[in-house]
Design a binder for this molecule. Sequence first.
Ligand code: ADP
Ligand code: TRP
Length: 331
Amino acid sequence: METVLSGIRPTGNLHLGNYFGALRNFIKMQNEYNCYFFIADYHSLTTHPNPKDLHGNVRQVLAEYLAAGLDPEKATLYIQSDVPETAELYLFLNMNAYMGELERCTSFKDKIRQQPENINAGLLTYPTLMAADILIHRAAKVPVGKDQEQHLEMTRTFGNRFNRMYGVDYFPEPQAFNFGEQLVKVPGLNGAGKMGKSEGEGNAIYLADDAASIRKKVMKAKTDAGPTEPNQTKSEEIKNLFSLMKIVSTPDTVQHFDDLYNSCAIRYGDMKKQLAEDMIAFVAPFSERIKEISADEAYLQRAARLGAEKARESARKTVRDVREIIGFKAF
Ligand code: ADP
Ligand code: TRP
């Protein structure tokens, strides 16, 4: 069975974009592949999180992933820092990663612009840590968005370089993986762009949201002045409302409002009320489960320990092999 691996940084709550864009597919994959999903808490240190917040953020992401349907018995769901072998492989890979190629990395250049006051070596070597994440389980497929393609290319470079240097065929070449279905882009509520946690207040609907905050955010969503002639082309804002409706409402409901739009009889307030209610119904089971799981310390602990155990077994084996290939010998 092929090994699939992906990681997420514990930087915020999961929203509908994360769910429809990534998570829903992970949940399907856990039945068909040898899956590793991890919470990238080492990576999150590049922004110097407060020690008081770090564990809480990791815990929240773990609870939300479990609530959304990742099954710790089927997939290996673990926390990166529970597998310190990752850090050892990162060290080895750093010895063969060149300054020039790390400096040329787009995400590093972006960070220099975004946080000029904190350009640390962890940011520079983010691609080698990501390569260590992937190579430690010798994963073949990595489901990630387009923004991660360059990191994956660098992972292949580092893996191949290691193989060449030591004359082995140890690390496979991981490929970006696109689930074999259309990629979805869930729009945000502010009229333009995608739903995302850094796209501004009120733009994202979170799986942990309660009914009142969903209602408030949806009712505030941008609209336009309304259609003035039959079958008028929809503006960006209105297209987005319909796209959101398509993911949470029944086809009949979508059709109903589409007909009203096309006959210029639509009242956006009514459409938003319906959208809010359908979102509330969609999110409610998730937010309930998140609450339950967050309160269940024993379950979180069991899931994290099981994940750590399975991930470490695989990681230990890789590090043992790599040490031997490099030439370390025990006395
Ligand atoms: P955010 O944009 O909120 O910071 P991340 O960049 O952490 O989210 O994305 C985590 C995963 O969710 C990625 O696989 C990404 O492709 C997916 N994702 C995020 N936002 C959307 C969206 N609006 N539509 C579809 N997929 C999304
Ligand atoms: N860099 C990824 C992101 O920003 C997160 C990540 C870290 C990752 N290590 C990984 C993704 C390994 C896939 C595989 O979203």
